[in-house]
Design a protein around this ligand. Structure first.
Ligand code: HEC
Ligand code: HEC
Ligand code: HEC
Ligand code: HEC
Ligand code: HEC
Length: 288
């Protein structure tokens, strides 16, 4: 009697495993596209910079630099000492030679270009801003390190805009207006980001949504460096509309998912039904 169940069960297993294999191959593509940025160095690679800078010969300030760096968002993304300062991390005796590309510690004035080698869009926005212009003209504007720090750099957020930091040179009023304009968008951004995360966990292909999302995200966050409150307000409206479009596309994907789930449920019913029918048919033949 068992053999009458076998055919439908085999077909069912076939269908379910095609679904699963789609999910794994998607995960592979995701990893290929997003996790293998060119600066990813091999895990576990030993850096002479870190070894020597944390040795007993070094004073407490030097240890403090490495400690801060280890907790930074850069460290999590494999941006190490030599990615910023240059030099040869694999060669202890030559590592701080100019011939090996060592740049040393940047002078105050050189900091924007120093960070801007990687954060190009932000550098450009900053250079055109009141902050950037004043920094180069009179030295009185803030540079990247004033707001982000140098070794303990963390994920950026609106929290950087706070009274203690922003009132060092002027009143808090304009800074606060900027924060309000950013707030509406950030709220929407984190909502969309969360939903994208859920979809990804469910194994749904969100590559296209994710690319559009990150493009808008990066462009918007760079905008705050213009410190142009009116234009941030104006653009906030634009971004919120774009995000709402992404949101409605996501909802469509959810509908598709519901359909897929139901689809599996129907299949299951059909196949169990089919088993029973084959079984009964077979029995009726036997009885003849
Ligand atoms: C063998 C030990 C040793 C190694 C290896 C080493 N450093 Fe240093 N580093 C030092 C010492 C000692 C100082 C402080 C005295 C000085 O400025 O030369 C220093 C100073 C520095 C400074 C500050 C220089 C300045 O202009 O004020 C930076 C930045 C730096 N190191 C980065 C690096 C990087 C990046 C690497 C790896 C590519 C590295 N170090 C490898 C010993 C080392
Ligand atoms: C994101 C880029 C970045 C990374 C990564 C980075 N640094 Fe720096 N570092 C800077 C900047 C910017 C300065 C100069 C401004 C300052 O002193 O805060 C600096 C300054 C220094 C100085 C001079 C400090 C002083 O007081 O004169 C030393 C020494 C140093 N870094 C060592 C290191 C070591 C060792 C690592 C790796 C553990 C490292 N840095 C990683 C950006 C970086
Ligand atoms: C060698 C390239 C490189 C240099 C130089 C560099 N960064 Fe980064 N930075 C990265 C990467 C890679 C990330 C992580 C991925 C991302 O967010 O783009 C990052 C992340 C950040 C973040 C968090 C971004 C977020 O999403 O919130 C800040 C803030 C930041 N960097 C500021 C700086 C500052 C300030 C300097 C100069 C002191 C600097 N970076 C120098 C490559 C670099
Ligand atoms: C006046 C303070 C200030 C200065 C100066 C500043 N930043 Fe920022 N930065 C911020 C704030 C605030 C945010 C977060 C904006 C948001 O969340 O909308 C941010 C966000 C960032 C991010 C994350 C943006 C993203 O795409 O995810 C990076 C990277 C960054 N800054 C790098 C830099 C670099 C490089 C410089 C110098 C050229 C710089 N910042 C100068 C305040 C500053
Ligand atoms: C190191 C000094 C310094 C710090 C710190 C600083 N600013 Fe400024 N800020 C300036 C200067 C100087 C100007 C005037 C630039 C100009 O003339 O356009 C300015 C102008 C501005 C303006 C434009 C004002 C207007 O009327 O258009 C905004 C907005 C602003 N800053 C926001 C911030 C925020 C937000 C922070 C904190 C994250 C901050 N600033 C921290 C120096 C600073």
């Amino acid at each position: 009697m068992m053999r009458y169940f076998i055919i439908p069960v085999v077909i069912l297993i076939g269908i379910v495993s095609t679904g699963l294999s789609q999910a794994t191959s998607y995960r592979e593509t995701f990893e290929k596209e997003f996790m293998n940025a060119p600066w990813q160095i091999a895990k576990g690679e030993i850096s002479a910079c870190i070894q020597c800078h944390t040795s007993d010969d070094m004073g407490p300030e030097m240890h403090e630099i490495t400690r801060q760096w280890k907790e930074s968002f850069h460290a999590k993304n494999n941006i190490s000492c030599h990615d910023c300062h240059g030099g040869a991390p694999e060669d202890a005796s030559m590592s701080m030679m100019h011939q090996r590309g060592f740049k040393g510690s940047p002078k105050n004035r050189d900091i924007p270009e120093f960070c801007g080698t990687c954060h190009i869009g932000i550098l450009n926005t900053y250079l055109k801003s009141g902050h950037g212009k004043t920094f180069f003209e009179t030295g009185e504007g803030p540079n990247c390190v004033t707001c982000h720090g140098s070794h303990n750099i963390q994920l950026a957020s609106m929290d950087i805009i706070n009274e203690q930091l922003c009132t060092q040179c002027h009143t808090y009023e304009r800074a606060q207006e900027m924060k309000q304009a950013l707030f509406l968008v950030e709220n929407k951004l984190s909502g969309v980001e969360e939903t994208l995360g859920h979809l990804k966990l469910l194994g749904i292909n969100i590559d296209d949504h994710q690319k559009v999302f990150y493009r808008n995200h990066a462009a918007f966050r760079a905008l705050s460096h213009s410190i142009d409150v009116d234009s941030v307000r104006l653009k906030s409206g634009d971004y919120i509309r774009k995000l709402e479009m992404i949101e409605s596309q996501i909802n469509e994907s959810f509908e598709q998912l519901k359909f897929r789930k139901n689809f599996f449920a129907y299949l299951f019913l059909i196949f169990t039904g089919l088993s029973v029918v084959t079984f009964l048919l077979a029995k009726s033949y036997e009885q003849k």
